[in-house]
Ligand binder design. Structure first.
Ligand code: AMP
Ligand code: GLY
Length: 417
């Protein structure tokens, strides 16, 4: 089979690393890819949002199956376009992708299907927002309705902060169209858990659990990022919590998808807060998580292509999905300044000194005159595997300083219980 993977980060690197182990995979193309991906697949110079070019390329090369990493092409309707052109692709249609593309859509979906989530109100104007904020307790969470690359949720500690944030979004339009409508929601206390699931419209199968660390610095200090590290399985996701999540969240999510007649054959990522009242949904994502995928794909024993094939044929129930019992930890090396402004183009040294039992997935790297240089906020993710999470953790932190580039930083508390 010839496979196309759309995207160019650590998530896509981890997907391709796994696909490469499948006997039925002949060639893998990645658009646009990165340096690490280029070592195990063919990078194609097409942006992940250029849907027309991707269709053209797939027809020309005879791609058998396409997998989409990032949310934006999904929200823009890449799945619909590929299928209209007779091309096989994994992912939700444009309609279904609104579960991530619009927070309001997702919240209304959850309300309709009685799925536990934070209480919320919607505001389209600053005046409406002020009224809601006047009646809130604190902290309160303000979210832009549309896509914001993981930077559209703001935790406000008091009324002044909340009013200010609402003004920035609704009047100053700091996130453009994405923030033209907002959700004001109750702050939930607990531990976050990411549950990524395979879904084909008939069946939903959760993958192993993981936890993402969203803040930039240790002890959850600093700004929200796309994710600074992950480990799997998540300590708080006990069998009891998993049972509740399956009954109260995953099954009703599938039912809602069916009742709304969404064509959803792909991955659904349910971001949960495990609260004292049980698991509640923070958000849906309509794709693999980054960096969750980096800790899940090394634990997946089943052939990923077989899973994708079953999803596409709506026969997911016919496959057994097996995971290793091991623990995995991924620590992200990021560029100084991230998630704000940062410089690119610094040489990355030491990659060849990393022991073979560790994996290094590239997030933002590029080549410059034969050197590997930084090319993003998140640059690399180092993944260790062990009998326990602690063992995996220890392996990563023992080796991470072997990699260096100017301004590199990482969290030191990933996977600590
Ligand atoms: P979202 O874009 O909805 O996933 O929000 C991004 C991050 O903000 C989440 O991963 C949480 O860390 C945090 N967050 C979002 N909503 C809430 C909430 N209601 N209570 C507490 N934290 C939240
Ligand atoms: N790690 C969070 C996300 O992929 O959205």
């Amino acid at each position: 089979m010839k496979i196309l993977v759309v995207g160019g980060g650590g998530r896509e690197h981890a997907i391709i690393w796994k696909l490469n182990q499948s006997p039925s995979v002949k060639e893998i193309y990645c658009a646009p890819g990165n340096v690490g991906i280029g070592e195990i697949a063919k990078n194609v110079g097409i942006s992940s949002n250029n849907i027309e070019k991707l269709v053209e390329f797939s027809r020309e090369i005879g791609i058998d199956l396409t997998i989409v990493g990032p949310e934006e092409p999904l929200v823009r309707g890449i799945v619909d376009k590929f299928r209209q052109n007779g091309l096989r692709i994994i992912g939700p249609t444009k309609h279904a992708a609104q579960l991530e593309g619009s927070k309001i859509f997702a919240k209304e979906f959850m309300k309709k299907y009685d799925i536990p989530t934070a209480r919320y109100d919607i505001a389209n104007t600053f005046e409406e927002a002020s009224k809601i904020i006047g009646n809130s307790s604190y902290p309160v969470v303000i979210k832009a309705d549309g896509l914001a690359a993981g930077k559209g949720a703001f935790i406000c500690e008091n009324k002044e902060e909340a009013l200010n944030m609402a003004k920035e979004l609704l009047e100053k339009k700091i996130l453009g169209e994405s923030g033209e409508n907002i959700v004001v929601e109750e702050f939930l206390y607990g531990t976050e858990t990411s549950i990524l699931c395979f879904i084909d419209g008939n069946t939903i199968i959760p993958m192993e659990s993981s936890q993402d660390y969203k803040r930039a610095f240790d002890e959850d200090k600093g700004e929200m990022t796309g994710g600074m590290g992950t480990y799997s399985p998540n300590y708080v996701y006990t069998e009891e919590v998993a049972k509740q999540a399956r009954a109260k969240i995953l099954q009703p999510t599938l039912t809602g998808i069916q009742k709304e007649k969404m064509d959803y054959r792909g991955i659904i990522y349910v971001g949960l807060m495990i609260t004292e009242e049980g698991p509640k949904v923070l958000e849906y994502n309509v794709r693999f998580g980054d960096p969750e995928t980096q800790v899940l794909s090394p634990r997946l024993k089943t052939d990923l292509i077989e899973i994708f094939d079953r999803i596409e044929e709506r026969k997911l129930k016919d496959i057994n999905i097996d995971w290793s019992e091991e623990g995995t930890v991924c620590v992200i090396l990021a560029s100084e300044g991230y998630p704000g402004d940062y410089e690119k183009g610094f040489e990355i040294k030491g990659l060849e000194d990393i022991p073979k039992d560790l994996l290094v997935f590239h997030s933002g790297t590029a080549e410059d005159n034969g050197k590997i240089v930084t090319n993003g906020g998140r640059v690399l993710g180092m993944v260790g595997k062990g009998k326990t999470i602690e063992e995996a953790r220890e392996k990563v932190y023992r080796n991470i300083d072997k990699i260096s580039f100017e301004g590199a930083f990482y969290r030191r508390d990933i996977g600590i219980k």
